[in-house]
Ligand binder design. Sequence first.
Ligand code: F6R
Length: 264
Amino acid sequence: MLVRITQNYDEMSRLAARIVANAARRKPDLRLGLATGETQIGMYKDLVRMRREEGLDFSRVLTFNLDEYVGLPAGHPQSLRSFMFRTFFDHVNVAAANIHIPDGSVRRNFGEYCAQYEEEIRQAGGIDLQILGIGKDGHIGFNEPTSSLVSRTRVKTLTRQTIEANRRDFAAGEEVPAAAITMGVGTILEARRILLLASGAAKSKAVARAVEGAVSAAATASALQMHGNTTLIVDREAAADLAHKDYYERAIEMTKRLTPERLE
Ligand code: F6R
């Protein structure tokens, strides 16, 4: 794991956007896994800016989102699909046919639907670069504590902590979804490269568990220790509980000198 510690949220966002942009320039038909949430907003903003100012081209990029709430009607403003369009897709040139977001309003068998989502990823040739955030409980996607570390796309019941964290996005008194379709930990680990972003003091314990804790379903982000090409970009507040910050900083300096392509 490479751990890059930035001064603040903006620097984290710019660095992440640059890595995504480089990947899309290197491989115009990039298979890009996407996440939603507050952490990602700055990165999307910077990618939108690069589209506008530098003509960054997404026309051949295929995207696969990690997750979607179950039970919200299509078009609900708080669906993760709406978030993605508002924040990113409405402002860049990803072709509509190339956008994949789980549909939490499907009426048919969820198991079949989730298997089909997996199949779409497989047929596309797998995910080249997967963007992740992390929950306070160490979740990635909506793989809540005790999720199998080899899990595939499926429906997950959300923890009370996650439901409460999501409540900020819903109107007062509105019902907050209690379940989501999410790529599994096993699905995520098949991505060729993973980029996890974390910002703010509220995430510092989860980041420390992910990087330095035991690999455990109790914090599914810890499974990233089993992945050979993962970079964490965390701001200083989110890095606060890491025991080996000095080592990570020295490792980044060494990587810059010896294998700089790993940072691009
Ligand atoms: C959303 C997702 C979640 C979030 C995580 C952090 O697609 O996969 O794992 O990344 O809950 O959310 P924020 O960034 O809002 O703190």
